[in-house]
Structures are given as C-alpha cells and as structure tokens.
Design a protein around this ligand. Structure first.
Ligand code: BGP
Length: 473
C-alpha cells in the first residue's frame, strides 16, 4: 500500500502570519495584530501581560507580514508550479466581522477570500481552511473577555454560517480551531484570554475551552447541514510525550501529559468529556458551566477527520534538575538522542510515526498532517541562491516516516501540508528570520526588504516529491 492516489500534498499558512493589510477594506483589529516581537511577546501570548492596542516603541510584524493580501495571486501561482493539490490557509475573522458581534458581514472581506479560493480552483488546488488560527477580534476581548464568555459561541456560529454558505462549492475541507490545545499554553492566542491578578486561570482556560469545543461541534453540525460534502477536522498541536526513563513515575507522567493534549480531541472526536479529565477537573476544584444541550451537541457532531501539527516529540520526567530545551511554547526535557533546530526544537522523524500511530489507535478516523517543517535561518550564497539542504533533509526524513506510517502501519492519511510553504512571520517569536518556506521572502525582523519572492533549492525538491506522490524523496 502506498499513499492514496488523491493524496493532498501542499503547504500551510495562517492569515495573521502572512496577509498583512491589517487595516484595509474594513478589516478590524485582532489579538494577533497587537502582539509585538521582543521579550514581552511570550507574556502577552500567554495572557500575563495585557496589550490590547498598538503601543509606542514596539514592532508589530503582523501589520504588514509578507503582504500576501496583495501577492496572493502570484504566490498561489508558485504553489501551483510546485504541484500543490491543496493549500491550507486561515480566514482572518476581522475581515469578515471587523468587531465580531455585528449582524452583517463585511462584503470586502468575503470578496477577498472568494477570489483567493477561485484562484486556487483555477489551478486545481483544494483549499483547506482554518476558521480560526489564533485570531480573535479585539472588540470581543475588550467587550466580552474573549472565549471565557459563552456569547462567543454565538459570534462564532454567525461567522461559520456565513463562511459555509458563501463558500459552498469552493471549499470542502475545514478546520474549526488551529491547535486547540494551545489554549493551555498561549491562551491569549488560543482564546483571546487575558488574566487579572488573583483569577483562577486554570478554570478560565477550561471554561473557554468548553466554549470552543461546543462552537466547534456546532460548526460541524452547520457545515454538514449546509453541504453534506463538507469535511470538518479538529486540529491538535501534536507530538507524543516520552518518559525520560523507564521509572514508572516518568512513564505515568508522560501519559498524563499526553492526556492533557488528547483531552480536546477526545471531546471533538469521541463526543464526550473523557473520564480522566472529569476526575482531574473535580480534583482541582474546577467547575465548568455546561448545559445538557452542550453535551448533546458534542455527542452528535463529532469531526470527520483528525488534523494535527507535528514538529517534535516531547520528553518529561519527575526529576526537576534535568536540562530543558530552549524556545518552546511546549516545555520539554532535552532528549539526549536527538539533535535540535536553531530554536531548540528537537528533530525526531520517527516520533512522527509514533505520534500518528498513537492518534490513529485512539480515534480510528482519517488523519491529516497540516503542519510540519523546520524553522531555520536562510542565507543566500554569492549568487543569491538559497541552498537549504538542511530543510530538505528534515522534510525528507519526516515524509519518509509518514509514508512508513501509511505503508507499514496501515494508517489512513488524507494529506500533508508543510508549514510556512512561503516564508512568513513566526507565531512563537514574531521573527521573519525563522523561515520554513520553499519560497524565500525578502523581509527581515525589523520589516525591511522588498518582499520579492525567490525559489529556494527545496522548491524543486518538493515539486519532485509531489510529482512522484512521495516516491522520489
Ligand atoms: C504552530 C502554529 C503556526 C506556526 C508553527 C511554527 O504552533 O500553528 O502558526 O507558526 O507552529 O511555530 P513558529 O512560528 O513559532 O516557529
């Protein structure tokens, strides 16, 4: 068995990391716009430091990003040249509903995405659309407190109804929330949460998560009603936790950490809160407000497929003295068997196969790898070319492991979209120099550069991979 003949090869981006044009054509302000580069960034994305507007003395990379808003036709043309079968992108909520609580959508925002999808269609590229990729209208945060407020379900419902209706026939694959488990680690990005001193952060995060889970199930219901062809996926920031040693306490801790992430997908895919989570919430005195109707919605509208990002496996131990890796939103202990990227992300191709097996064993639904890649500094050589063999090596090893999961383990896999197929702004650090693309964009961390697009060596390599359906790596 090899990869399916209609395997969806492609690449992935997110609106706030590539579009720019933050204030054009009626677009409103979102949380992701007001997250600057620099040392405060992590405190802001984790909801510990409040920044709900632009402040003097900071650089906000999402304002212009790589200006894909004005370059999308050329960029999609390059994706088509690589042979993309799919392109994963996200909708900027504030282009459709600038404040978030309006009754009528902004036509200019809808027209922008409609043309983008038609451009994809002209090349035979199937769009894979993330409805929310870390974005939340600022007005909804200021006025309602973001996803801590139940009213968010209603605003999200209005958004998805508009999207599914308007883009019926143009878009079939949808993801409800990017990396839904990120709410635990970067709650300002994951759910527009900002905490006041003395608040019970855990309780607020899980209440917000409940609202997102119900909103996701409702979106699934509405999507299927509007077009039975629609395929709805959940999206997990995946990467199995390994125990550092066979000490039973380490093994158990690894299982607990895996539960922490699978909790979300358990609800979205199995349709109910898992027993381990209910018990843990009870032990921690966390009371989630939920209605009978919520439980019915969750039960009756589970996802069609499971999508996930994978960059690295993770390691845990009960021993606090061991070395941690740098630069991760997800903290991990250093794995002595693995090399790491320049940002400290540990490189583990076999971990992808392990993770795929763990997810498939658990849910028995088709999988979709919607992010994977290497963030690295690319330096043009004397002739201006980028010879990114390190990126090719990373991707080759991961695609090989992915194929083994399909061919040797029998996993049903719909497709693979590498992250940041064109260089874009980093979500974690806000940098431009942390590049993932097959296409180089001339822009630096401070926002200088011509925005010119250039093919890297990996461009032709990936083209060959797609053309051979993964046989020629
Ligand atoms: C995931 C996000 C992406 C993306 C990627 C790489 O968590 O879904 O938006 O950016 O990670 O992370 P970074 O940009 O921090 O290198």
């Amino acid at each position: 068995m090899s990869l399916r003949a209609d395997f969806l090869w492609g690449g992935a981006t997110a609106a706030n990391q590539c579009e720019g044009a933050y204030n054009l054509d009626g677009r409103g302000l979102a949380n992701v716009d007001v997250v600057p580069t620099g040392k405060e960034r992590f405190d802001i994305i984790s909801g510990k430091r409040k920044m709900l507007d632009f402040e003097e003395g900071y650089f906000y990379p999402a304002k212009e990003a790589i200006d894909m808003y004005h370059h999308y036709k050329d960029d999609i043309k390059l994706f088509a040249e690589m042979g993309f079968k799919t392109y994963r992108l996200s909708i900027a909520w504030t282009r459709i509903f600038p404040k978030g609580d309006e009754l009528e959508p902004n036509e200019q925002g809808l027209a922008f995405y409609e043309d983008l999808f038609k451009t994809c269609q002209a090349y035979g590229i199937e769009p894979l659309v993330t409805i929310t990729h870390f974005d939340c209208p600022i007005h909804l945060i200021k006025e309602y407190g973001g996803w801590r407020n139940r009213k968010m379900i209603e605003f999200y419902e209005r958004l998805v109804r508009v999207l599914f209706t308007r883009f019926k026939g143009l878009v079939k694959y949808w993801l409800t929330f990017n990396e839904i488990n990120m709410i635990l680690h970067a709650p300002f990005m994951g759910a527009g949460l900002v905490f006041e001193d003395g608040e019970n952060e855990e309780e607020i995060k899980y209440q917000a998560a409940h609202h997102e889970l119900v909103a996701s199930a409702l979106a699934t219901k509405i999507a299927h009603e509007i077009d039975p062809e629609n395929m709805i996926g959940c999206m997990l920031a995946a990467g199995e936790y390994y125990p550092l040693t066979p000490k039973p306490e380490d093994v158990f801790l690894a299982q607990e950490k895996n539960h922490e992430n699978y909790f979300f997908i358990d609800v979205q895919s199995r349709g109910e809160y898992p027993a381990y989570a209910l018990k843990q919430l009870e032990r921690n005195n966390i009371m989630i407000k939920m209605t009978e109707e919520d439980l019915d919605t969750l039960k009756n509208h589970t996802v069609d497929f499971i999508s996930f990002s994978y960059y690295s496996s993770r390691v845990v131990t009960t021993d606090d003295s061991v070395e941690k890796t740098a630069g991760n939103i997800f903290k991990s202990v250093k794995n002595p068997y693995l090399e790491a990227s320049e940002w400290g992300w540990q490189i583990d191709p076999l971990g992808l196969r392990t993770t795929m097996n763990a997810i498939y064993d658990r849910y028995q639904k088709p999988l979709f790898i919607v992010e994977n890649g290497l963030g690295a500094i690319d330096t043009p050589d004397e002739s201006g070319n980028i010879i990114d063999d390190y990126r090719i090596d990373y991707l080759r090893a991961h695609i090989q492991a992915m194929k083994e999961a399909v061919e040797l383990d029998g996993i049903d896999l719909l497709g693979y979209t590498s992250w940041g197929c064109i260089d874009l702004v980093s979500a974690g650090t806000g940098e431009m120099k942390k590049r993932y693309g097959f296409i180089y964009v001339d822009r630096d961390n401070e926002g200088n550069g011509t925005l010119t697009r250039t093919k890297k060596k990996s461009f032709d390599w990936y083209k060959k991979v797609i053309a051979s359906n993964g046989e020629d790596l």
